[in-house]
Design a protein around this ligand. Sequence first.
Ligand code: MN
Length: 276
Amino acid sequence: MKLALFNDGRLGVVTDDTTVVDVTPALPQHDNGLGAGFWVRLCRDFAELRPAIEAAVATGTRHALADVSLDAPVLNPTKVIAAASNYTEHIEEMSGKGLPEWMLESDVFLKSPSSITGQGAITLPSLDAEIHYECELAFVIGKGGKDIPVESALDHVFGWTILLDITERGKGDRSRRKSYDGFTPIGPWIVTADEIDSWEDLRIVMNLNDVVRQDVRAGDMLVSVPQIIANASQVMTLNPGDVVTTGAPPGVGKIEPGDRIEANISGIGQLLVDIR
Ligand code: MN
């Protein structure tokens, strides 16, 4: 099922390339996005809520996707957890000369949830440093947990989406450089976990102004999705609705006003972001 948030917090099911059906009435409660309660509950209890949502697809108001405003398909996550340097060639391009030992160690960092935005346009801050794109496979936590074992880690994935980890290059703390408003576009929707048989086979392709800049198979990442979940949950409790992004494939580069990013992941869709 492709789940979207649209028009300021309505819940939608995307039924084909052009249609979203408003299934908000199927929710046991809804709060128009002022609090994230309904969303957290949906992430946590999707199996239980699913039959009502499926029934609502038949009766809900249908909208052309082109006529709605897609919001980021996440709502007030308690954190955005990001895997650092998770593809060999990206580590090489960032280090320039060989692989420093510390870059080969699995690590995660946090981005501010307030940097999240949906499909559309982002306005870059005025900085002396270069601002780069990183197009990443991301997922949303369903059932939360602490010290989650690798073997059952995928059971905690509610669904998959596309995330751009926009980054100010240069010195200073990574979390600050990646947390400007608008630096975490997510979307266009979440594909629930049952629809993705093998996350390893997802293909991540990012075009910048119609030129392919990143093209990788997700399974080529160094630290697997289950291992990222296990590692992160040894540090912090993963809560329903938390966002986890899996790290940049090789091919990162500079963005400037006027650019257009087309971020594609097979089985998920396409996230379009215009840079202003
Ligand atoms: Mn990244």
